[in-house]
Write a protein that binds this ligand. Structure first.
Ligand code: HEC
Length: 109
């Protein structure tokens, strides 16, 4: 292989790599590494979720309402663990805290 071709291939690979990195930055949801201070679902909600979804889940500032929606616990857990678009993911909410949080949100009437 000619040296010029090799250089071109390297340049293309680097550009593609940078493109994927930028795309991931744009697509991947932000992350909130705050750790819950308790495993009580209501407390975890107040610490991590209320600022966007409102204290009783009415939603605010364009963030969706969670109250009275009959949301499945699995969906709630998935959103918290993986985030979704503008919603950050919360890798530090897991185990009992995550289970209780999902139960709390699912029960918001
Ligand atoms: C920075 C603001 C923000 C925080 C903090 C936040 N969310 Fe969200 N959440 C959003 C936004 C925005 C959406 C809608 C995303 C979309 O559909 O584009 C959303 C969507 C959801 C959904 C899906 C609702 C639906 O209509 O399908 C659930 C469930 C949810 N959030 C639960 C939570 C829980 C539980 C917490 C706390 C751990 C939390 N969110 C923290 C902004 C936030």
């Amino acid at each position: 292989m000619k040296r010029k071709t090799l250089l071109l291939l390297v340049a293309v690979a680097l550009t593609a790599g940078a493109g994927i990195w930028v795309a991931q930055l744009l697509i991947a949801p932000p992350e909130d590494r705050t750790s819950p201070s308790s495993a009580d679902g209501r407390i975890v909600y107040g610490e991590a979720c209320a600022r966007c979804h409102g204290l009783v889940g009415n939603g605010k500032g364009g963030n969706p309402r969670l109250r009275g929606r009959d949301l499945a616990r699995d969906l709630i857990r998935l959103r918290v663990q993986s985030g979704y678009r503008a919603m950050p993911r919360f890798p530090n909410i897991r185990g009992e805290a995550l289970k209780n949080l999902a139960a709390h949100v699912a029960a918001m009437k």
